[in-house]
Design a protein around this ligand. Structure first.
Ligand code: ADP
Ligand code: MG
Length: 370
């Protein structure tokens, strides 16, 4: 649906977006996650044809945004960082104005009713926009983006400045929209992206630092994987424990097993470490099934996405794309993997990672420049 190739933007000498490439498939909700100043808005402004790129290509539904701007833009609804609202207009007048501006051919009344219903602004349609709360204003901005039913929605920090209730509402609205539209949304807040998006691109200093699902990103950063399991044996006694430990140890790819506390009566937790190359979960299931044991819990205890986000955005020498641009030795951690092609084979912990591990500041805008 969207294809971005080697996209670069310079503001004078300042490189705001540096050679980024990615694809977005139809129906995906993609999150751009990055600290302030990472280049999210600049990328979105280029995607929507609002500003031009310095170099690179953007195809929206097969149409180049610079060569066929009209056709490409017809596919996009955009909610910029600051919603383009005419504050002195009523909601109705504004949406009608946008309807005309977009030369929308859909039946006017029914379409606007639909859009207002979806964005839950039906009850404020007669109100002047400047008198609305920030949450309502944001929903009017979303409604504007939805006019003409564009297949692609691009939403720049849609929940910034909203209170927690409004944030929850906008998030659930975006999820709903994601069922019918391809959505790209940006945020500097990790839980937000995690709550809404199918896939995440972490942008840092104008480059793509990681691309994948939250799990994939978390999995690819270390080559050691840990999990905790709770397994119910046959007899609810300590002898279960020994049998289970030895069965788990015999699974190929398992490096280490330790029985932990008795968490429920006669049921123990087991800490398991794998070589990081083998996904042992299916085999563990099989072993348990064969022995008549029950898995009561399985918890992967790899680095959380938050740890990774902090590492990427705060850690020095943590440019994930360093390999292709620099020849001097740098940490070789490649988070960007299109497939499970073993991109994590060379992720040994190094000094900069250890340093990043120690950092404890967990502010939302870690590493920002504002
Ligand atoms: P984000 O949306 O991730 O916070 P932006 O895309 O707004 O980041 O900005 C990326 C970088 O480009 C920042 O360093 C910012 O200061 C710079 N920048 C953004 N817009 C302009 C502009 N119009 N002129 C010069 N520099 C800009
Ligand atoms: Mg921005």
């Amino acid at each position: 649906m969207i294809e971005v190739k080697n996209l670069t933007k310079k503001y004078g000498d300042k490189l705001a977006v540096n050679d980024i490439s990615f694809k977005v498939e139809k129906g995906e909700i993609l999150g751009f996650l990055g600290p302030n100043g990472a280049g999210k808005s600049t990328t979105m402004n280029m995607l929507t044809g609002y500003i031009s790129s310095t170099s690179g290509h953007i195809l929206i539904n097969g149409k180049d945004i610079l060569e066929q701007p009209k056709e490409a833009k017809a596919n996009i609804g955009y909610l910029p960082e600051i919603p383009p609202l005419y504050l002195d207009m009523t909601v109705d007048a504004y949406l009608n104005f946008m309807f005309d501006l977009k030369k929308c051919k859909l039946p006017r009344r029914a379409h606007l009713d639909d859009v207002c219903g979806l964005c839950k602004i039906t009850d404020v349609r007669k109100r002047v926009i400047k008198n609305l709360s920030k949450g309502y204003k944001q929903r009017v901005g979303l409604a504007q983006a939805l006019i003409n039913n564009p297949p692609v929605l691009i939403l720049d920090e849609p929940t910034v400045g909203l209170d927690p209730n409004q944030i929850i509402e906008i998030r659930s609205l975006i999820k709903k929209l994601g069922k019918k539209h391809t959505v790209i949304l940006s945020s500097h807040i990790l839980p937000e992206i995690q709550a809404v998006c199918d896939r995440i691109i972490i942008i840092n200093k104008g480059t793509v630092a990681a691309d994948g699902t939250a799990d994939e990103i978390a999995k690819n950063i270390t080559n050691e994987h840990k999990m905790t399991m709770r397994i119910e044996g046959g007899t609810h006694t300590a002898s279960d424990k020994e049998k289970i430990v030895s069965a788990l140890r015999s699974i190929s790819g398992v490096k280490y097993v330790r029985a932990d506390m008795e968490r429920e009566k006669g049921i123990y937790d087991y800490d398991i470490e794998t070589d990081g190359k083998t996904d042992v979960r299916r085999e563990i299931n099989k072993v348990c099934r064969d022995n008549g044991w029950n898995i009561m819990m399985l918890q992967l205890s790899d680095l959380t996405l938050e740890d990774i986000f902090l590492k990427i955005t705060m850690g020095e020498n943590f440019d994930m794309n360093s390999e292709k641009k620099e020849s001097k030795p740098r940490p070789r951690i490649n988070l960007v993997s299109e497939s499970d092609s073993g991109a994590n084979d060379d992720g040994d912990k190094n000094e900069s990672e250890k340093k990043a591990d120690k950092k404890t500041d967990k502010s939302d805008s870690a590493g920002g420049d504002k």
